[in-house]
Design a protein around this ligand. Structure first.
Ligand SMILES: O=c1[nH]c(=O)n([C@H]2C[C@H](O)[C@@H](COP(=O)(O)O)O2)cc1CO
Length: 242
């Protein structure tokens, strides 16, 4: 996936803030990445504000930015880092959507329709699922697989509204996400297309339990009606704290 937030800055330019290490507010997996970014005089986008500076800071740190004002060695700062953007919108319940990446590229348009319908009900956190430039190998994110895993789980945790997973394409990743969602008591709608020529795992069928995990059969082109019906009964706003 090509991410728009990857940028390069020369240290010392334009009033950026300075930081030596990420500090305790960073996801643990990102501390190394932040240190590397500082050392290589690149900058990275973070999801939370911070203020832990070993150099001289000017003004208030800006949320989500990190840079180093040390003198750059020749050639430093040219690396373009590919990062995942911040997700969610204040005041709207955030929703998680999952679907197979390696097995589901032919369903990308369907995933796209699910993602855009879900936006009616909340801020969608995992829209990269339907990204046009996403190959079967998945994303290329700075920080690699560990970052993808940690950030997906962070988004899952962040989701106030229900999760929605398209389960027609067998996927270890979806099974894992479903388990994590259940462990965190997040309601999940699993959408399965009986006409997909796939067998839905009995374990997933058997995971359906009351309101928390629901498994619905549908046909492609019915996804909007399914989501409307699901959220009509269980609007995600109820998950927002007052
Ligand atoms: O690059 C990725 N980025 C990513 O967010 N995922 C997550 C989102 C999907 O809901 C889930 C799919 O898992 P799998 O790749 O095993 O089909 O994993 C999966 C990959 C690559 O497998």
């Amino acid at each position: 996936m090509k991410l728009p937030l990857a940028e390069t800055r020369w240290p010392g330019g334009g009033g950026e803030q300075c930081i030596r290490s990420g500090g305790p507010r960073l996801l643990p997996g990102r501390v190394k990445e932040v240190r590397e970014a500082v050392d290589s005089h690149t900058w990275v986008q973070l999801t939370s504000p911070f203020h832990k500076c070993g150099h001289s800071c000017t003004g208030a740190p800006r949320a989500g930015r990190i840079t180093c004002r040390r003198r750059a060695p020749p050639g430093a700062g040219r690396e373009v880092r590919r990062l995942r953007p911040e997700r969610g919108e204040p005041g709207r319940p955030s929703l998680y959507v999952g679907g197979s990446i390696p097995g589901g590229r032919e369903d990308r348009e369907l995933y796209g329709r699910i993602v855009s319908r879900l936006r009616r009900f909340g801020a969608e956190l995992t829209e990269h699922l339907a990204a046009a430039d996403q190959g079967a190998g998945g994303e290329e994110a700075a920080g690699g697989n560990r970052l993808i895993h940690e950030q997906d789980l962070a988004w899952l945790q962040q989701a106030e509204g229900d999760g929605c997973v398209e389960v027609a394409q067998p996927s270890l990743g979806i099974g894992y996400e479903l388990d994590r969602a259940v462990a965190r008591s997040k309601p999940v709608l699993c959408l399965f297309r009986p006409q997909s020529d796939q067998m839905l795992s009995a374990t997933i069928r058997g995971a359906a339990e009351g309101l928390q995990v629901q498994v619905w059969g549908y046909e492609a082109a019915e996804e909007a009606a399914m989501l409307d019906a699901y959220f009509a009964v269980d609007p995600p706003e109820r998950w927002l704290l007052p």
